[in-house]
Design a protein around this ligand. Structure first.
Ligand code: SF4
Length: 277
């Protein structure tokens, strides 16, 4: 199918005992492999196995300093285990190590403090992901946190020289902030450049999309994955030409935005042009 990369995420992928076997196989096929994990189960032995499996990039979640991270994760060991896992990955020299943090009102104020923790731990890459309206944030939380976005962009601008900050792809268009916050424009790649294969064989656009009929494009237990890729995903590809959203259809930023992120759209958080005025 011409794929170049293979990323594993969860849930928690390290729960899967044959994970390194899968990554090794993908690596042998010439795919660049990446892994997103909470780091909890990543000890030195696992780090060595991942390195041996050819893993090129790992993303470990850290959503705050100890108290906040452990509160969000509801586990008193999560913070320590995440930072330990970073050290193991550094020791075995996984080529790219990134910390990812979901930004919400629970951790927004301590971002400068968290940045210092990352610098102290020799972490060079930091992905900041605005809260998405899924899981525990599906109700009001993500909506309320939309007001934090401008502050988040200003934080990135003020700190990006000290640490490489990458803003999540769930906000493709940032208006005047675009060039200040990112090196290059971002579009939602769902159905155009990426697909997500779920544990039950369901194929959908990205891991954040709910596993519901609205988003499931097929199942590899019923059809060949290439057939699903070629024949499904119509709504994402048609949207490239013309959006079904009347606001987007008449929007002068359409070419740069293409209607934003489909998951953010679930909470009406996909469009921030009013916020940017
Ligand atoms: S109206 Fe649509 S195309 Fe315009 S900025 Fe908002 S989401 Fe993007």
């Amino acid at each position: 199918m011409g794929s170049r990369s293979f990323g594993v995420t969860g849930g928690e992928p390290l729960l899967r005992e044959d994970l390194t076997e899968i990554l090794s196989y993908a690596d042998e096929q010439g795919l660049v492999t990446t892994l997103a994990t909470n780091g909890f189960l990543l000890d030195m032995l696992k780090a060595k196995e991942l390195k041996q499996a050819g893993l090129r990039s790992i993303q470990i979640s850290l959503d705050g300093e100890e108290a906040i991270h452990n509160h969000i994760r509801n586990n008193s060991q999560s913070y320590a285990r995440a930072l330990e896992s970073v050290k193991y990955c550094q020791e075995v020299q996984i080529p790219l190590i990134t910390i990812s943090s979901v930004v919400s009102r629970l951790n927004f104020a301590i971002l400068p403090f968290l940045k210092q923790i990352l610098l102290d731990n020799k972490i060079k890459h930091w992905k900041l992901i605005p809260l998405m309206p899924i899981g525990r944030a599906a109700k009001d939380m993500a909506k309320e946190d939309k007001s934090l976005l401008k502050g988040l962009f200003d934080f990135i601008i003020a700190n990006k020289r000290q640490i490489n900050i990458i803003l999540g792809e769930n906000l493709p268009y940032l208006g005047k902030y675009d060039r200040l916050v990112r090196d290059k424009p971002t579009y939602c790649p769902v159905g155009i450049g990426t697909l997500c294969l779920g544990v039950d064989g369901n194929v959908r656009g990205c891991p954040e999309m709910p596993d519901t009929s609205e988003f499931v494009e097929g199942n590899i237990l019923d059809s060949d994955i290439e057939e699903i890729w070629q024949n499904s995903f119509g709504k994402y590809r048609n949207a490239l030409l013309k959006s079904e959203d009347p606001n987007c259809r008449k929007c002068r930023f359409w070419a740069k935005c293409r209607g934003g992120c489909w998951v953010m759209r679930l909470g009406q958080l996909h469009c921030i042009k009013e916020l940017l005025k």
